[in-house]
Write a protein that binds this ligand. Structure first.
Ligand code: ADP
Length: 488
């Protein structure tokens, strides 16, 4: 019998991941996808992870194995706050849910009421998320799970580093990830006091942002390390054009700023097994893609024709995503034999613009205003090309989903789009951000589409690229380790 090993088992790294949304429980955008997938990928690498989320109705209803862990009695935001342990459906990632009905138990979205207005108590709602994140990362934690790293995401959890900074005793290091710098958690100055931060931190060297209080700035200022979701975006946000007023701070902290591209959930987004498709397919067997195209055309009320190039777009319909640019080129584009399918919600003027476009071209333009997970999968599979004319895009997910689904993306040269699409190899990149350049890139794609061999080569390159979370999770793990021992 071999002698028992005298080596101590290697201590696994412990991470508390703090997020305001997580797929498949609650989602408004890409942050939910990241929160659903990265912790699972980190666990595969041997990291011990807990994900801290607010207990919105959908989270409480969908989480598995809920159990009361602890009751907080004296937090400034609410009287009694229960902390539940649970697990994420699907991956089984351990969750910590903040059950605080006065702040989270309400109809509507995580940040807005049913009519799209921000909840008036968002400062308190997300100060509570951050406060509990900070407590769990400190000596004051009531749990035996003591994280080495608290990983914060966007403004909603960005007070964790600030709270921890002013706490005493042993505490976790923090990583603050920017998923979109446009959302900054801006509140009036008196909120600094209400959340219990010292008045002195309301300064340029602290949480002040052009006369107001920004929770994101607090995170960026006090965190040990900043990350964002692509290397190109990490560079762009240090400059005025895309720095949203934070460029000075970010440039000054550039040696603590890293860009790591998101992965995608390759089991949710697998054209061979996707339950939302009418027929599965893969790079070696593409017949199913045509069946999905016909199904999509039928569902959107378009003329059923396998040969008409079908351009898909799924997005928040906002200035950021460049829906206006598509509306601008649509009259010219529709003089050719193409179809356009759009799924999204957003700014009323743009939504109406797309509704009118569909009304004027019923055979060629299909528009669904709304959020529909199932339909988004069918659009990825049924479209021939995918449009992403974003003005800026920290990482972007749809361009990766579309490559995996053999639907080459046509993207503006910005942020993560630059880092994840290879022009002429897996998709098409245009620059500058003008209607002329966008239209020219669509023409380039259409010309390639007519050359069946060239098109199949692009589809094949795109579908066989590795967009899994493994590589990104390895990069995050390396980042955590470097934050914990900066000298090594
Ligand atoms: P962002 O987070 O800036 O909105 P991303 O591309 O990073 O953009 O992620 C958007 C995610 O939300 C993708 O998973 C996309 O498919 C999904 N999505 C956006 N709008 C809709 C919609 N109307 N219906 C279904 N899914 C949507």
């Amino acid at each position: 019998m071999p002698a028992p090993s005298t080596k101590k088992p290697k201590k696994s790294l412990k991470v508390l991941f703090v997020t305001p949304e997580i797929h498949p429980l609650i989602k408004t955008g890409g942050l939910a996808d990241v929160s659903g997938a990265l912790p699972a990928a980190l666990r595969e690498l041997g990291t011990e992870v807990r994900v801290l989320v607010p207990g919105y109705p959908k989270v409480l209803a969908g989480a598995k194995n809920k159990r009361l862990l602890y009751t907080f009695h004296d937090l400034p935001e609410a009287g009694e706050v229960r902390l539940l342990s649970a697990s994420l459906p699907g991956s089984g990632v351990p969750l910590l849910i903040i059950d605080c009905p006065v702040l989270y138990q309400r109809d509507g979205g995580p940040y807005q009421n049913p009519t799209g207005i921000d909840w008036p108590d968002n400062a308190q709602r997300f100060a509570l998320l951050s406060r509990i994140g900070a407590i769990l990362g400190s000596d004051a934690s009531p749990l035996s799970f003591r994280p080495d790293i608290v990983h914060c995401n966007d403004w909603q959890s960005a007070l964790v580093p600030a709270f921890l900074h002013f706490m005493h005793g042993k505490k976790a290091a923090t990583v603050m990830t920017i998923h979109n710098l446009a959302f900054q958690g801006i509140f009036p100055p008196h909120v600094v006091d209400e959340v219990g931060l010292p008045p002195a931190c309301f300064s340029i060297e602290g949480v002040e942002y052009y006369g107001n209080f920004s929770t994101l700035k607090a995170g960026l200022y006090y965190t040990d390390h900043i990350s964002t979701v692509s290397p190109t975006y990490a560079q762009e946000i240090q400059q005025k054009a895309l720095g949203f007023g934070m460029q000075g701070l970010l440039a000054r902290r550039s040696n603590k700023l890293t860009g790591i591209v998101n992965g995608i959930d390759t089991s949710d987004w697998n054209p061979a097994t996707d339950p939302h498709l009418v027929q599965g397919y893969d790079a070696g067997q593409m017949a199913g893609k045509t069946a999905n195209k016909l199904a999509l055309q039928e569902k959107m009320g378009l003329k059923r024709d396998p040969d008409i190039p079908l351009l898909g777009m799924i997005s928040r319909i906002t200035q950021q995503k460049g829906g206006d640019l598509l509306l601008e080129i649509a009259p010219q584009l529709l003089q050719e034999n193409v179809q356009i399918v759009l799924l999204g919600t957003g700014e009323t003027v743009l939504e109406n613009g797309f509704r009118n476009l569909a009304h004027a071209h019923p055979d060629n333009v299909g528009v669904t205003i709304g959020f529909d997970e199932g339909l988004s999968h069918l659009v990825e599979a049924g479209a021939d090309m995918f449009l992403m004319p974003s003005r800026f895009e920290p990482c972007g997910l749809n361009q990766m989903y579309s490559q995996r689904y053999g639907t080459p993306p046509i993207v503006h040269a910005t942020g993560g789009l630059t880092d994840t699409v290879e022009d002429g190899v897996t998709g098409f990149i245009f620059s500058p951000m003008t209607a002329k350049a966008f239209l020219a890139s669509i023409h380039r794609a259409l010309a390639t589409y007519r050359d069946k061999q060239a098109w199949h080569a692009i589809q094949h390159n795109a579908m066989t690229r590795d967009f899994s979370w493994k590589k990104s999770a390895e990069d995050y793990l390396a980042l955590y380790k470097s934050v914990l021992s900066p000298e090594s």
